[in-house]
Design a protein around this ligand. Structure first.
Ligand code: T4K
Length: 368
């Protein structure tokens, strides 16, 4: 039996390098609630990501829910993309807003700014785009709309750790950005996440919200969740950061090699990455269409027969899930892409042999 190849594999530090952090935690007995490693990780992340303020969370979903809560918005509609992971839409409904799904640009896979403009009504309170696969949205176009209509702009940047665009961190765009540090992400703390914001006042509000809304020993100002990241998770983050540049470099090599080997296969299109100062190569999505002899689903199954576990990120669309079907929307570009997309295995330790094997499975169909 060949060793299975999954869509991703987390980067893990050497176990021996983790031990001193555990010793420190055991020694001082501070396990959570903003301990020293948590504070150190916030500082180091601000420096690494070139952002002013960051609040750590126990996962990206709670970060997203809290970001929406932090803005004190009136009830109303939040415009978003259906081409995403369920957490994006869930965060809107958890906050009792109404999601409005608009179509995407089929080339970038990100929300289409023109469609956003057409969906804005007097009920709209915010826009929640996703930098899908770590590819930047049209941040300038979205900001113009948000400013013109006095809307809040929150980016679900779960995939966008480390991306630099237009001379700065992509996370600096909009009012708030949220990141995921899940095991499957470019930077992981096993589970984890963060909100990036632009002022100390907002950071303090977010920090209160992630701690039950507690202000001090006798006052609680908001009804909110426990979103804190523990010291063990923070330690894992500190270790990950040490090798982050190498991680991104290796991901870039995997991306390059795939593109080289997949060039000129009819019916297979690699989704282009926008030219950016620093990319994170978060995913490697391909689009499968005619004249390639197999459908996306058939290729997905064929991979499985060879112990290659690609993923249909993102299928089904949010507006096709039973829980979101009642929210009316018309998103033909997103529908087509969700039926044709397949994310190939992408992680820094993926070997050239593995990549050749994956591409050979694709090519073997065209040689029949
Ligand atoms: N917004 C967006 C746009 C997102 O994509 C996500 C999460 C969020 C918000 C929410 O952030 P978090 O609350 O999760 O921090 C995965 C992840 O669970 C999820 O984090 C991610 N997006 C989504 C796109 O993918 P699954 O159900 O596909 O994961 P799973 O467990 O099937 O893992 C995929 C493969 O990765 C496995 O086949 C093997 C490998 N793997 C996975 C885990 C968990 C490992 O090798 N080790 C592991 O520990 O959702």
């Amino acid at each position: 039996m060949s060793k299975p190849i999954y869509v991703t594999q987390p980067v893990l530090p050497e176990l021996k390098d983790f031990i001193p952090y555990l010793e420190q935690i055991w020694e001082n007995k501070i396990l959570t609630n903003g301990g020293p490693l948590h504070q150190q990780l916030e500082q180091e992340l601000c420096k690494y990501l070139c952002v002013d303020y960051i609040s750590l969370f126990n996962n990206g979903t709670i970060a997203l829910i809290t970001a929406l809560q932090a803005l004190n918005l009136e009830e109303g509609e939040v415009i978003t993309t259906p081409y995403t992971f369920v957490a994006t839409a869930h965060s809107i409904v958890w906050n009792k807003f109404t999601p409005v799904f608009v179509d995407i640009d089929p080339i970038t896979s990100n929300i289409d700014v023109q469609q956003v403009g057409q969906a804005i009504t007097e009920k709209t309170v915010a826009i929640l785009p996703v930098h899908c696969y770590g590819i930047p949205c049209d941040v300038e176009g979205l900001q113009v709309l948000a400013t013109k209509h006095k809307l809040k702009l929150i980016y679900d940047a779960a995939h966008a750790f480390g991306v630099e665009y237009n001379g700065q961190s992509l996370l600096n765009y909009g009012d708030l950005s949220t990141i995921s540090f899940h095991a499957t992400k470019v930077f992981n703390t096993f589970e984890g996440g963060a909100v990036v914001c632009h002022s100390l006042e907002m950071k303090q509000r977010i920090d209160q919200l992630k701690n039950f809304g507690i202000v001090d020993e006798t006052s609680v100002n908001d009804i909110s969740l426990n979103g804190k990241l523990s010291e063990i998770h923070a330690a894992l983050g500190l270790l990950q950061l040490k090798t982050m540049n190498q991680t991104l470099q290796n991901r870039g090599k995997v991306d390059d090699y795939y593109r080289e080997l997949l060039a000129n296969i009819e019916g297979i299109r690699c989704i282009e990455r926008l030219k950016v100062e620093k990319d994170n190569y978060a995913y490697f999505p391909i689009v499968v269409s005619e004249p390639y002899p197999l459908s996306r689903n058939e290729l997905f199954e064929k991979f499985k027969q060879h112990d290659v576990f690609a993923r249909k990120y993102f299928y089904p669309l949010m507006n096709e899930l039973s829980v979101y079907k009642s929210y009316k929307s018309d998103t033909p570009n997103a529908k087509l892409l969700s039926e044709q997309v397949l994310c190939l295995p992408m992680y820094p330790d993926l070997t050239d042999n593995d990549i050749q094997k994956i591409v050979q499975i694709i090519k073997s169909e065209t040689a029949l």
